[in-house]
Design a protein around this ligand. Sequence first.
Ligand SMILES: [Zn+2]
Length: 376
Amino acid sequence: MNAVHLQKALAFIASGLVEKEKLLKESPNRYPYSKNLQRGINMFLAACLEMGRLGENTFKYADESSFLTQYISKPLCEWFDDWDQAALVQYEINLQPFYAYGPFAYHRGKNNVYITTEECVEFLSTQENNIIEGTDERALYEKIIQLSQDDYCKVRKYIIQNPIITIEDRRAFLLEYADNANAKEAFNLAYELFEGTYTTCAACGWTMTEGIYGYSCVSEHCLEHMPAIIDEMKIDASMKPVYRLKKGIMRYFAQPGKLEMSIAKFCEKKNLEYSLWPQKDRFDIEIRFNDGEIWEIDAKAYRNPISLCAKIKNDGGFPAGNYKFGYYVVPTEYTANKSNYTSVVNKVLTQQPNVKCVTLAAIKRKINQKVGEING
Ligand SMILES: [Zn+2]
């Protein structure tokens, strides 16, 4: 056993949960069996057997449903409650990047249905390529990067601004890009046909649907902002199908995209010279102030600061460039219950003193301040 083994076990569990959710969506009447989940469970329990005080009792969690009942709705720090104190110290479990994650899934309804949390998907997105390859958002990024700079910006903006489109919208897009195979492929990677009943989510603009277990949307956090849903808000797409962004695209492409658009809008209001995605996906926004100073911004919508730290490490830090300051900008509301969010991230940025993690509210203040200085 070592910490890497444990990290892998948890990555397989996270990817298995996501896979189960996908399988359940494809065939609602079949039990969604995931090999990755079982593999992760076996790896985790093997570590428990070695490090824990459970002994033979470990085996009672070997089947999927007992394991899920016992562990999956608990924050990760509680998964080690049965471990020997000495083992926890030896492997510095509390310092491992997985330790600070919340529950990977929550339980819904009487049957064994678990819905993955945003933290679970975030954890997964920070793992090795072989575990996350094949995700929808990864495929989309790989496709749009092949577009020209101009088409890249147009297609990216379209996807961010249109979580749900009509068949006519789709036809118009495909007609406009009739001669551009990459753009058409990107479009088809981003959207899926949807024929269910939905209401437009007040929080994110995606399809909020009602299942036997209640309402659900792109993230469990959408429900926090949900108004009381009345019949008039329900749209039946079975008669008139729509296309919607795939869930992964909505979560990891369109959500940060909204942050990018909101910074762009602010720059516009302040009459600043800026560009969105100036070098495709190298930076999100570049601001060029009147005194020649350049700021680069990378918008990130990770709920857990540890996920963002892992992402920054995987990327090898903020990309190099001819800028005075670089900023990772996160949604202000993500820091509401995590007052140390930005300081956690800034700890991994000490090698790049001109790069900081700030909230959307803070970057606006900084821009205002800079404009004030220039105007004297
Ligand atoms: Zn939503």
